[in-house]
Ligand binder design. Structure first.
Ligand code: DQA
Length: 146
């Protein structure tokens, strides 16, 4: 069965309570459950991982091929805008990767308009709340099935 890795970056563990006017009230557990439901519909196996630490995210991406994953869906959160290490990890493993954001990063502060990681990804989904993750997962499944 196809295995897809979902990575949530820093502070996303606080979803539901964090800046609800920007990110809404849905929790990370609820997003993961939504993704599990979608994965089941498409007969895909899912693993979800959240970390507030850049190196842990880099390590997890680095292990992803050995761990049997075929694609990655990642919300690098604040590391989107800063992390050369996460971008390089995505380029290194060469797995099809979809970057997702709950908020529309291009409609927010200027420093969020640049994504360090997006050029290493197959594409990006931004601005649809929890549904960004579902769209990202569907895109990842589509790429794997091509
Ligand atoms: C975010 C957008 C980032 O700019 C921010 O740092 C986050 C969340 C999003 O999902 O909208 O933590 O990635």
């Amino acid at each position: 069965m196809t295995k897809i890795l979902v990575i949530h970056g820093p502070n996303l563990n606080l979803l539901g309570a964090r800046e609800t006017s920007v990110y809404g009230t849905v929790t990370l557990d609820e997003i993961n459950r939504l993704l599990e439901k979608t994965a089941k519909e498409y007969s895909v196996e899912l693993a979800t991982f959240q970390s507030n630490h850049e190196g842990d995210i880099v390590d997890t991406i680095g292990r992803s091929v050995k761990d049997g994953f075929s694609a990655i869906v990642i919300n690098p959160a604040a590391y989107t805008h800063t992390s050369v290490a996460i971008r390089d990890a995505i380029s290194a493993v060469k797995l099809p990767t979809v970057e997702v954001h709950l908020s529309n990063i291009y409609a927010r502060e200027e420093f969020r308009h640049q994504s360090m990681s997006a050029p290493a990804c197959a594409g990006q989904v931004s601005g649809f709340g929890p549904y960004s993750y579902v769209l990202g997962l569907l895109a990842a499944i589509d790429i794997v099935n091509q």
